[in-house]
Ligand binder design. Structure first.
Ligand code: ADP
Ligand code: ZN
Length: 630
């Protein structure tokens, strides 16, 4: 068995961890938080780890599993990704296998035999397997280095598919009291945190809360005008040829957006729950394996996808909560290179989401919760402060203005919207007096602008005192006013038709007891991007910032990688990350020893690919083709 925590004579040396990091993964240093977690688990302690998506959770159990005696057992609900995870570890020379329901009997037997013979460093197991006596019996007969419980929030979320299986994991502790357990999640609310600890019987575990900042991601939120065109503009100007994810709310808009991008020369694939399982799996696999594909998806896509070179995540519709938004945007830039989180949102999003909340099943408390999530999201959209400060504050972490978000790069102007708000609210107040009628934002704005539309004429609204009093603003400015009043809780929407209604707080504005500062939408949505470039900030592309002479070398290395990945049937990033190829191109090592110093080049990859890479580097000015003939 493993040594008890703190027994000095056979406890592994703390610095075994650094050696494994260097030798196996090829990394020179730990990321923030990793070192403490790894040392704690290596010494036999239980841990509950909160780290943002892309923060580097996997190493927190992979390194201890390699340092400690026996096999690290990883519980993960993401069956479809287990093969990829095992392939990626195998490429690093780590002995890994998995047990789940997709396997043939024979294949399972081989994995079990390897485990019993002590020939596995890591074993991935689907949570439902751990409820069967055969799996438990199997684990009893081998040596377990640790249990890692990935996506641990599954245990805390009501209605989560995997919840019953996760709840059963609390029994691991009783069966194997001496084996350390490490539970990991990117879900950060206090309530979830506490529930994970209770449900998984992790009362004595040390809690590690990493910084939730992802500094290489540039956050931007723009006003929605023509969302697909705006997206295309972003892709053409800032992310040509880059891999990325575009999130849409509905299946229909996923299909339309993917088709639109394809028509405009962007390689894009749709992904949503309405596609059959084979098509979904095929699209996911292409996204992981090919360079530069854009996945257009509903939120059904992305959990557990650890493709490191996703250069942008775009939202064409407003996410339902900041937590969801942060998990989704966190899928950009895991490799630490500059990446973009971009979103467009408009009044229609607010109306639509309110309607969905009203129509949702569940009790009043549930609807209140959904509402407060939406309010927090809207506050992020309308803030005039740094987006990152706002996001991190949501997760209870303090920070200063980041210099790498749209409001930092192009500070929005504010203006005194008190009078405009009064005009709008009094129009809404007058319309409310007509019972049984529903008037949405469009109609209210028509009245303020003095437009004699059919509806205005039909209802005699041209005779209202507010008719035509708002010509100082144009239609889009009025829509921005409505949106912001909704975000500030000074207005609400009701019913199926998005009828505007007053709130308790509206009265204060109408009674002139409250000022209403508003944000002025920047003229053009692309501004933040051009400002970023203008101010010398890095353009988020893998070749950017390389010295000029290194760019063709980098491109040759990528071409070489594409060939190798294809031959071996692996995703390109499993061969090497972009970040590693960049570093090789920049350093231009001339020997295997020098190459081995580059971050991301471990022993196994050095042995496998070292000579080929030196050949690619040495092929200098000769055409790419020459470099590829191995
Ligand atoms: P998470 O599971 O927290 O979302 P991952 O474990 O997938 O994140 O890690 C994200 C990326 O960061 C991976 O591509 C991983 O190889 C890389 N990474 C993790 N730790 C380090 C490190 N210490 N140095 C360099 N890269 C790292
Ligand atoms: Zn900022």
């Amino acid at each position: 068995m493993t040594s008890p925590p703190g027994s000095p004579q056979d406890a592994p040396e703390a610095d075994d961890a650094s050696r494994v990091l260097r030798r196996v993964f090829g990394y020179g240093s730990f990321r923030e938080g990793q070192r403490e977690i790894i040392d704690h688990v290596v010494a036999g302690g239980d841990a509950l780890v909160l780290m943002p998506t892309g923060g580097g959770k996997s190493l927190c159990y992979q390194v201890p599993a390699l340092v400690r005696k026996g096999t690290g057992v990883v519980v993960s609900p993401l069956i479809a990704l287990m093969q990829d995870q095992v392939d990626a570890l195998t490429a690093l020379g780590v002995r890994a296998g998995f047990l789940n329901s997709t396997q043939e009997h024979e294949e399972r037997r081989e994995v079990e035999a390897a485990f019993l013979a002590g020939e596995l460093d890591l074993l991935y197991v689907a949570p439902e397997r751990l409820r069967t006596s055969s799996t438990l019996g199997l684990l009893d007969r081998g040596v377990i280095a640790l249990f890692a419980i990935d996506e641990a929030h599954c245990v805390a979320q009501w209605g989560h598919d995997f919840r019953p299986d996760y709840l059963a994991l609390s029994a691991l502790h009783e069966r194997w009291p001496d084996v350390p357990r490490i539970a990991l999640t990117a879900t950060a609310t206090e309530a979830t945190h506490a529930e994970i600890a209770t449900r998984l019987n992790l009362g004595g575990a040390r809690h590690f809360v990493a910084s939730f900042d992802r500094p290489n991601i540039q956050y931007r939120i723009a006003q929605k005008r023509e969302p697909r065109r705006q997206l295309l503009q972003l892709l053409r100007t800032e992310h040509p040829g880059d891999a990325g994810i575009v999130y849409c709310l509905s299946r229909a808009s996923v299909e339309k957006t993917a088709a639109f991008l394809a028509e405009n020369g962007v390689q894009a694939l749709p992904y949503h729950a309405g596609l059959d399982a084979r098509t979904r799996a095929a699209h996911q696999s292409r996204f992981l394996r090919e360079d530069g594909l854009v996945m257009v998806a509903t939120i059904a896509f992305g959990m557990g996808i650890d493709k490191p070179d996703v250069r942008f995540v775009a939202h064409l519709d407003l996410p339902k909560s900041i937590e969801g938004y942060y998990q989704e945007t966190g899928r950009a830039g895991r490799d630490g290179l500059p990446s973009t989180a971009w979103m467009v949102y408009g009044l229609q999003d607010v109306v639509q989401q309110r309607r969905m909340i009203d129509a949702s099943e569940g009790d009043a408390a549930h609807r209140r919760r959904l509402s407060s999530h939406l309010d927090a999201m809207l506050a992020l959209c309308e803030t005039v402060e740094c987006r990152r400060v706002h996001l991190l504050a949501y997760f209870g972490q303090e920070s200063g203005a980041c210099g790498n978000c749209d409001t930092c790069l192009t500070p929005p102007e504010t203006w005194d919207g008190t009078i405009a708000a009064q005009k709008l609210l009094s129009a809404v107040l007058r319309l409310r007096r007509e019972r049984g009628q529903s008037f949405g934002a469009g109609h209210v704005i028509d009245i303020l602008l003095g437009r004699e539309t059919d509806k205005v004429v039909q209802h005699g609204h041209a005779s209202l005192t507010v008719f035509g009093v708002g010509t100082e603003l144009n239609e889009s400015e009025w829509r921005a006013v409505v949106r912001q009043l909704l975000a500030q809780g000074l207005l609400s929407v009701e019913g199926d038709h998005g009828t505007l209604a007053l709130t308790d707080a509206s009265a204060e504005v109408l009674a002139r007891r409250r000022q209403v500062p508003l944000r002025r939408d920047p003229e053009r949505t692309a501004r933040a991007g051009s400002a970023a470039r203008g101010s010398g900030a890095r353009r988020p592309s893998p070749a950017a910032d390389l010295p000029e002479e290194a760019v063709p070398v980098f491109e040759r290395l990528r071409a070489w990688r594409a060939v190798v990945a294809k031959e071996r049937g692996l995703p390109a990033y499993v061969v090497f990350h972009d970040a590693t190829l960049r570093q090789i191109a920049a350093d231009s090592p001339s020997s295997l020893a020098e190459l081995g110093q580059v971050s991301g080049v471990g022993e196994s990859k050095l042995a496998k690919y070292g000579e080929q890479i030196l050949d690619v580097l040495a092929s200098g000015d000769s055409p790419v083709q020459d470099a590829l003939e191995f």
